[in-house]
Design a protein around this ligand. Structure first.
Ligand code: TXA
Ligand code: MG
Length: 317
C-alpha cells in the first residue's frame, strides 16, 4: 500500500472511506494511527485483523474537541482540567462511558470506561472534522512492533486491509500519548507518553500515582511488558559499545564506534530524542547487529517515557 500525500481532496476521500467502514492510517502528533469509525464494530474488528493483534486491547477513541469527548465519556473535574491544559495534544483520558456512548464495545474491550483523545495534528483534525464520527485508532504498526512515526513505517508494517495511508511527514512527538485514568478520586497515569508526569502534576497540583503494569496485572492492557519490540536484542544503560553491536546514543559525549550509530539527540534534548526514538530503533533493528546498545537516558521529563519504551524493547520474548 503506497501512502498518499494528505491534501484536502485525499482527506475527504479518507473520511468517506471511514464512513464506509474502511480503515485509514493517518498522522497524529504522537505516532501514526490506524483509524476506523469507532461506532462501527465491524470496522473496529478490521483494525485488530490488520494489526494481527493477539487479543482485543481497548483502543483510544479520537474526537475533534472536548465537547464531543464529553458526549462519549464523563469528564470529571480532573478530566476537564487536564483536557483544558493539554487538548488538543498527546494526552489520553480514561473516562467512565456515558450511558448512550456511541463507541462500539469492541473498541473499549467491553469495559465500562473509554479512552478518549483530541489529537493536535492538523491532518488528524481535518479528518475528524470531515468524517464527523469518533475514530478508534491504535498505533498503525503490526502488533508488538515499534510504533510508526512515518507513513513509510506504516506501509512497511501493514500490508492488507487498509484503504488508505495519509502521509503527513514524520510525527513531531514520536511517542504515544500519555494515558491518564481520571475516573477515580485521584488521577492515575497508566502509560507514560508525550505529556510528562511533571506537566500533569503541575496541572493536578499534587503528585500523581503511576500504574504502568510492569508487574502484576496490567492496568492498561496495552502495557504488556514486551510491547515495543525490535527483533534485535536491546542492551540497556550501555556506556560502552561492543564489537558487532549497534549504538543508540544520547547526548554530546558518545563512545567511538565502527558499527551503526544513531544519536537520539546530540544536544541531549529529551523532546528531540523522543521524536527520533522509534525511527532509530527501526533503523538499528534492520542493521543486522548482534544487539542494540542503548546509552542511559535521564529519568526526567520525557525521559521517563523513553526509558519505559526502551525497557519494554529490552524485555526478552
Ligand atoms: O498516541 C497515541 O495514543 C496513539 C495515537 C494513534 O493516538 N494511539 C495508541 O493507541 O497508542 P494504542 O491502541 O496503541 O494504545 C492504547 C492504550 C493502551 O495502552 C490501552 O491499554 C489503553 O490505551 N487504553 C485504552 N482504553 C483503555 C481503558 N478503557 N482503560 C485503560 N486503558 C485503556
Ligand atoms: Mg501501540
Amino acid at each position: 500500500m503506497t501512502p498518499v500525500k494528505a491534501t484536502p481532496e485525499t482527506i475527504a476521500e479518507a473520511a468517506a472511506a471511514l464512513l464506509r467502514g474502511e480503515l485509514v492510517a493517518f498522522p497524529t502528533e504522537t505516532v501514526y494511527g490506524l483509524g476506523a469509525d469507532a461506532t462501527n464494530a465491524r470496522a473496529v474488528a478490521a483494525i485488530f485483523e490488520a494489526k494481527g493483534r493477539p487479543r482485543f486491547n481497548p483502543l483510544i477513541t479520537h474526537v475533534a474537541d472536548v465537547t464531543v469527548a464529553g458526549r462519549i465519556g464523563k469528564l470529571t473535574a480532573h478530566g476537564r482540567r487536564l483536557a483544558d491544559a493539554f487538548w488538543p495534544g498527546p494526552l489520553t483520558l480514561v473516562l467512565e462511558k456515558q450511558s448512550d456512548c456511541p463507541v462500539a464495545d469492541l473498541a473499549t474491550a467491553g469495559l465500562a470506561t473509554v479512552a478518549v483523545r483530541v489529537p493536535a495534528h492538523p491532518i488528524a483534525q481535518q479528518l475528524l472534522a470531515a468524517a464527523s464520527v469518533p475514530v478508534a485508532a491504535p498505533s498503525a504498526n503490526r502488533s508488538g512492533h515499534v510504533s510508526p512515526t512515518t507513513a513509510a513505517h506504516v506501509a512497511a508494517d501493514l500490508a492488507g486491509g487498509v484503504a488508505m495511508i495519509l502521509d503527513g511527514g514524520p510525527t513531531a512527538v514520536g511517542l504515544e500519548s500519555t494515558v491518564v485514568d481520571v475516573t477515580g478520586e485521584a488521577p492515575v497515569i497508566l502509560r507514560f507518553g508525550g505529556v510528562s508526569r511533571e506537566a500533569i502534576e503541575r496541572v493536578v497540583g499534587a503528585s500523581v500515582e503511576v500504574v504502568t503494569g510492569h508487574s502484576g496485572k496490567p492496568a492498561s492492557p496495552g502495557m504488556l511488558a514486551r510491547h515495543y519490540a525490535p527483533a534485535t536484542r536491546v542492551r540497556l544503560n550501555a556506556n560502552d559499545v561492543r564489537d558487532g553491536e549497534a549504538l543508540l546514543a544520547f547526548g554530546p559525549r558518545i563512545p567511538a564506534h565502527n558499527g551503526p550509530v544513531i544519536n537520539l539527540s546530540a544536544a541531549g534534548d529529551l523532546t528531540e530524542a523522543a521524536a527520533n526514538l522509534f525511527a532509530a530503533l527501526r533503523t538499528l533493528d534492520a542493521a543486522g547487529a548482534a544487539a542494540i546498545a542503548a546509552m542511559p537516558i535521564p529519568e526526567e521529563g520525557l525521559g521517563e517515557a523513553i526509558n519505559d519504551r526502551l525497557r519494554r524493547a529490552a524485555t526478552p520474548p
